[in-house]
Design a protein. Structure first.
Length: 495
């Protein structure tokens, strides 16, 4: 978008662009979200920034009226496969907090100095400033959504000390943490334990997203849920819930996400249980990726609806999402097992394989185990798996490669690097790479042409002459076209 396109967006108070760029006003010294209800500033006083960190680096403070940090993240970090996009995915996952700038740079194949120069040029702020903005955003979410002790909020957001937390909140928001907390509703009694790093019994907060939101993603996850590790349900009032256990950098945790489309405001509510507070930013980032909450569904739907084959599906199912992954290595194993078999058969195989996983730290009914680690799969996979020997060999080989460090991939990859790392594995082909790219990287432009469900979906949609079979006209949104085709293939056939 150029300057005037963005200016028209802020003049229209268009909420679709919240989180996609930030508006800094020189006459007031503050930066806002595009939908800020304040009077539209004069164009000569406006500068647009890609990130809130860049606006802060330029000397601006966050607007107290529109709270620009309280928005979904930008979808650009999935659309962009350049260094900036890959770096932002890793920063949001907490890599700088855990490994520092040197660790981030090493993952991306650059020196720390080169990375700082690239991010400063591309995004207007270096990696430390971007990480600081991410921590501030997490802190704001916890302050206004929970009654956690301020010290717990500081460490859960990734700050190294309470003083650093207080200073950052004051600089970014021009408020104390207590004043910032007063701007939002509290979500219930605090049950945490100071700054020891232990987890609250349960931490509940709302996850921001751009409407519309198609709840069909809960169905996608439900039919693939592995008993004991995942659970999904729909209550009598229409509330859909998905829950699971997972590995995080400092330990294990469990969470549930609930959505009731008929509730006021249609909140998407996350409840985290038994999570180390230092792992909370990574958990929030991964849950957002799992439900594709940083997507811009209106823009995607507008693009998909231009294809007459998909127009009816888009009208019937607005806001479709591409499910992500909370654990890249787990998703690879799921993809290899799911090749060329039905979803039900893959679930049966994964259920059998789940016996290799360790017990959950805090077991709850239906969530007793963790998905097996790569080392556990390498050791026990052959004894647990059934079926073609070639597939068993592929699963075990992938697990061994991950366990030994020979294979290292994740949110910081792009499709090109993912292909180079995965294709040499036995039994891994283009479909597997594409599927992992869709779900781990959030790559928006993957079309799985050889997928059986995609082919079946094409048969259900209206035939239109003169259009490409791979939907190239819809680039860069073909992953979402794939989701529509999968949905069409899954619909029961009318007699």
């Amino acid at each position: 978008m150029d300057f005037w396109q963005r200016y028209r967006a802020i003049d229209a108070r268009d909420t679709r662009f919240d989180g996609q760029f930030f508006t800094a006003v020189s006459s007031t010294g503050i930066y806002c979200r595009p939908s800020c209800p304040a009077r539209t500033p004069k164009a000569e006083n406006v500068t647009f920034y890609e990130t809130s960190a860049a606006a802060h680096e330029a000397g601006y403070r966050a607007c107290k009226r529109c709270l620009p940090e309280a928005v979904p993240g930008t979808p650009a970090w999935n659309i962009r496969s350049d260094i900036a996009g890959r770096a932002m995915r890793l920063i949001n996952d907490g890599v700088i907090t855990r490994e520092g700038v040197d660790g981030l740079a090493q993952r991306l194949g650059y020196s720390a100095r080169q990375l700082n120069r690239i991010l400063s040029n591309e995004l207007g702020a270096g990696p430390l400033s971007l990480a600081r903005a991410s921590r501030a955003q997490t802190a704001r979410t916890l302050l206004v959504s929970t009654n956690m002790l301020l010290a717990d909020v500081a460490f859960a957001s990734g700050f190294n000390s309470v003083r650093q937390f207080n200073d950052t909140i004051g600089e970014v928001f021009a408020m104390t943490p207590t004043a910032l907390r007063a701007t939002g509703a509290k979500s219930g009694p605090h049950r945490g334990t100071g700054v020891s790093g232990a987890a609250p019994a349960a931490l509940t907060l709302n996850l921001p997203y751009r409407e519309p939101f198609d709840p069909g993603i809960f169905d996608f996850l439900a039919v693939r849920a592995v008993p004991g590790i995942e659970a999904a349900s729909t209550s009598a009032d229409g509330t859909r819930t998905y829950a699971r256990t997972l590995h995080l950098p400092r330990g294990s945790a469990s969470f549930s996400v609930a959505f009731n489309p008929s509730a006021p405001g249609k909140p998407l509510q996350l409840t985290a249980t038994a999570v180390d507070l230092h792992d909370l930013p990574a958990l929030l980032s991964r849950v957002r990726r799992l439900f594709d909450l940083d997507a811009d569904p209106q823009s995607i739907d507008d693009a998909l609806a231009t294809d007459p084959r998909l127009k009816g599906s888009v009208t019937a199912t607005p806001g479709i999402r591409v499910p992500g992954a909370v654990d890249p290595q787990e998703l690879l194993i799921r993809a290899i097992i799911g090749q060329q078999i039905t979803v039900g058969a893959a679930r049966t195989a994964l259920t059998r394989l789940s016996a290799a996983g360790s017990p959950a730290a805090v077991a709850t009914p239906g969530l007793e185990r963790l998905f097996p680690t790569a080392a556990e799969l390498a050791e026990h996979g052959r004894a647990l798996l059934r079926g073609p020997q070639r597939r068993i060999d592929s699963v075990v080989a992938a697990a061994e490669a991950v366990a030994t460090g020979a294979l290292d991939f994740g949110y910081g990859d792009d499709l090109g690097s993912l292909e180079k790392k995965l294709l040499p594995l036995p039994g891994v082909g283009p479909w597997t790479v594409g599927y992992v790219g869709m779900r781990v990287l959030g790559a928006p432009d993957v079309f799985l042409a050889n997928d059986a469900a995609v082919r079946n979906g094409l048969k259900v949609l209206p035939a239109v002459a003169g259009l490409s079979g791979d939907f190239r006209e819809l680039s860069p949104w073909r992953s979402y076209a794939t989701m529509h085709l999968w949905r069409a293939a899954a619909k029961p056939k009318t007699p």
